[in-house]
Design a protein around this ligand. Sequence first.
Ligand SMILES: N[C@@H](CCC(=O)N[C@@H](CS)C(=O)NCC(=O)O)C(=O)O
Length: 299
Amino acid sequence: MSTFRNIIAKGTSFPPEANRYHLYISLTCPFSSRCNIVRKLKGLESVVGMSITGPIMHMDGGWKFEPEIEGCTPDQINNCASIKDIYLKVNPSYSGSYSVPLLFDTKQGTIVNNEAGEIMRMLNSEFNEFAVDPNLDLSPKHLIPEMDSLNTFIYDNIGYGVYKCGLSPNQPAYDKNIDNLFNALDTIEKRLTTSRYLMGNVFTEADIRLFPTLARFDAAYYFVFKCNVQRIQDYPALSNYLRELYQMPKLRESVNYDHIKRGYFGAKMVNPSGVVARGPKLDYLNEPHNRATIGQHTD
Ligand SMILES: N[C@@H](CCC(=O)N[C@@H](CS)C(=O)NCC(=O)O)C(=O)O
């Protein structure tokens, strides 16, 4: 459960301002990746700063800043050693989880929000006066009701569903979770057979939410979280869809397979040795896709 749920909006104590807010992410974490992608697509890199943790959520202390590792940064705002230290700096009696992503207000020295879906929407709509691409609307108002229910279905069964499989405490729980995950993937496979993107012929926030999970699936979840009924590569529509999204430059920039593999295989809770598997080959992500031929979704 995310505990900081403030909203950036004009006329509130968190008004949109350039160089005031800072995003903390991990390149392993799919929820972080969603915010990273919206920031890139809107062209907010010089408006909302960003710090990147090390790839592993350590058993002792969680996400740490490990700037010596390629792709990571120090904490550029609070100079903390870990994400946990930021939460405790803001509220010494904080007892929730020390999760990323995290949107920080440098003016008030507090956390604005730690819920990826809400951070995505704020980055999409509240910083347009500073954005390189202010006209890009990833969450068009008229699509929000349908998108919200699709997002919930995908989050419960796929985005968070893979974690439920990986962290299942016993066989019956795993059996239920793995059925839910692959039934949901079948549902989305069907949808994407006749629909270019999740919401029809328009690329939206719903695609940005699903993409990081699909991009991590064959490389990490399939092995580490026991999500091995089949690979994304084995689904004709999902694999083609993933290729199209992966070949969008800003989405591809958000994927760091070194961090992803180190992060999931390095999670001692599910892989005590921490040994990182060599494969799989993911060359297929660069092969041509056929998505331009897929018709408009007409639900
Ligand atoms: N509700 C959060 C969940 C984010 C989340 O689960 N982040 C994970 C990393 S992928 C995390 O940092 N977990 C820390 C913990 O469980 O202590 C969101 O959707 O933004």
